[in-house]
Design a protein around this ligand. Structure first.
Ligand code: ZN
Length: 310
């Protein structure tokens, strides 16, 4: 499996257009040792020239154009992107689907709940159905491996399997109460476990951290790419002066008791990489104590363009 990070920041990117926090101000002024980042986007390939997108970020058009492996073959209207796998219906995970609407037949894998949110209440996404054949939705059931075949010949997939792992979490605020009541909450936010050639990759850019199931999958993988939105639980409250904590927003903070670092302090054999870092996260500053603490604990921080083989 080849895993490519096309974007590594949380919603808003880094810097965020309307944010004047210390990080955003300093990177605009060119005095922060760190990198600008687009919004979280990952692509995975287990077959030559075939890619699956993990979510579809608001920056997707730019991210596709900046990476030559996603260019169409010469003189064709085509794409090496064969499908998209969604981890939630959050705006940051699905907005990029609208960048893919140019009459391109694609497969979208999502839980039934996420599919219903997008197709029943958000008619804008029906624009994807204009392709011939139209975009095909495939259901991901919690705990059930699905062959996400990357070979165009039916039944001769590259052996890439994806399992939806429940991570706890809720459907986005924009979902109506009427629909929300009819959706199983375990389908709201999932992690993805990929298996190919006996190797495992676990992806969870939104990790509320409830339950133990996700942790087992992350700990048993060869590569875990995990939610690094916030360093502390009250990070956004401090910057904005009010609002929700990291945990209330569905993100396990990195630091503190029972934070991500604490929970993984005994896990050594997994390559652990952090993604989806919010622009307020002090670890974006490569000279900060937070950044040092992450590196000392054996974590890597994803950057736009980073590639990993599993
Ligand atoms: Zn900021």
């Amino acid at each position: 499996m080849r895993v490519k990070v096309l974007g590594s920041a949380a919603g808003g990117g880094f810097p965020q257009w309307n944010c004047g926090c210390s990080n955003c101000n300093r990177i605009r002024a060119g005095v922060l040792k760190g990198r600008v980042r687009t919004q979280a986007q990952v692509a995975i390939s287990a077959a030559h020239g075939k890619w699956l997108l993990l979510n579809a970020s608001p920056d997707l058009r730019q991210q596709i154009l900046e990476n030559p492996e996603f260019a169409p073959a010469e003189e064709t209207r085509s794409t090496p992107i064969v499908g998209i796998i969604l981890t939630s219906a959050d705006v940051d995970c699905v907005m990029g689907l609208l960048h893919l609407r140019e009459f391109q037949p694609l497969v979208i894998y999502a839980t039934a709940g996420v599919r219903r949110v997008l197709t029943e209440e958000n008619s804008l996404f029906r624009t994807l159905m204009r392709a011939i054949p139209p975009v095909r939705w495939e259901s991901l059931e919690i705990g059930k491996p699905v062959g996400v075949h990357q070979d165009s010949a039916a039944g001769t997939g590259a052996g890439l399997h994806c399992t939806a792992v429940s991570v706890g979490g809720a459907f986005p605020d924009y979902v109506s109460d009427a629909l929300r009541r009819n959706l199983p909450e375990q389908e709201a936010v999932i992690g993805l476990e990929f298996c190919a050639d006996g190797k495992r990759f676990f992806y969870a850019p939104n990790l509320p951290g409830r339950g133990e199931e996700w942790k087992r999958h992350a700990s048993e993988s060869n590569l875990a790419l995990l939610d690094a939105t916030f360093w502390t639980d009250d990070e956004l409250v401090r910057v904005r002066g009010s609002g929700k904590t990291a945990r209330e927003m569905g993100h396990l903070p990195l630091s503190g008791a029972n934070g991500l670092l604490d929970q993984f302090k005994d896990v050594k054999n997994v390559r652990r990489v952090l993604i989806h870092m919010n622009n307020t996260n002090p670890a974006l500053d490569e000279e900060s104590p937070a950044n040092r603490e992450l590196r000392d604990a054996g974590w890597e921080i994803a950057t736009d363009g980073m590639e990993m083989d599993v």
